[in-house]
Design a protein around this ligand. Structure first.
Ligand code: SF4
Length: 160
């Protein structure tokens, strides 16, 4: 079943896929991991929060030859996709992209076990990111509109 998820990603051409116009946010911890693994500072920018840059073709700077150059250490929001998030006061809201923008979602909706597995992983990564980000940067990130998503869970964050 994980194969069908990977295939859905590799065959996806909707809006150029998740890595098109993607500027995943980076905590300092993630930046240190990336810089320690061949990413150069020029590939990272600050725009209210730290994030990966885009290439002139509109794809994430880590997108090369049709795949992610840093797959094993990619940012938390990349691991979490097609789940995404918002934080309102101390409530972490987890959203799921609609099938219209992510073919993986149809597969997840047909397999509850797989859905739960990915939801747990996504939530863990998002909580890690939210805890690691400075409050001002998190606030900037939460201003970004995420159209065509549906709320699937709300979690109280006690220590954020
Ligand atoms: S870091 Fe990798 S998975 Fe994330 S947007 Fe960039 S190329 Fe895509």
């Amino acid at each position: 079943m994980l194969d069908s998820l990977s295939r859905a990603c590799s065959e996806c051409s909707i809006h150029g896929g998740c890595c098109f116009e993607a500027r995943p946010p980076l905590s300092q911890k993630r930046i240190d991991i990336l810089l320690g693994n061949g990413v150069v500072p020029e590939e990272i920018e600050f725009a209210g929060y730290s994030r990966l840059k885009l290439k002139p073709d509109g794809f994430c700077v880590m997108f090369e030859d049709g795949k992610c150059r840093i797959h094993g250490i990619k940012p938390e929001t990349c691991v979490a996709g097609p789940f995404t998030f918002d934080v309102k006061r101390k409530i972490l809201q987890i959203y799921l992209k609609r099938e219209s923008i992510c073919p993986m979602v149809a597969i997840l909706k047909q397999n509850r076990g797989l859905f739960d597995q990915l939801f747990d992983l996504a939530t863990e990564k998002i909580v890690d990111l939210v805890r690691a980000l400075p409050a001002a940067e998190l606030e900037e990130i939460c201003k970004i509109d995420e159209p065509e998503t549906d709320l699937v869970a709300e979690i109280l964050l006690k220590d954020v």
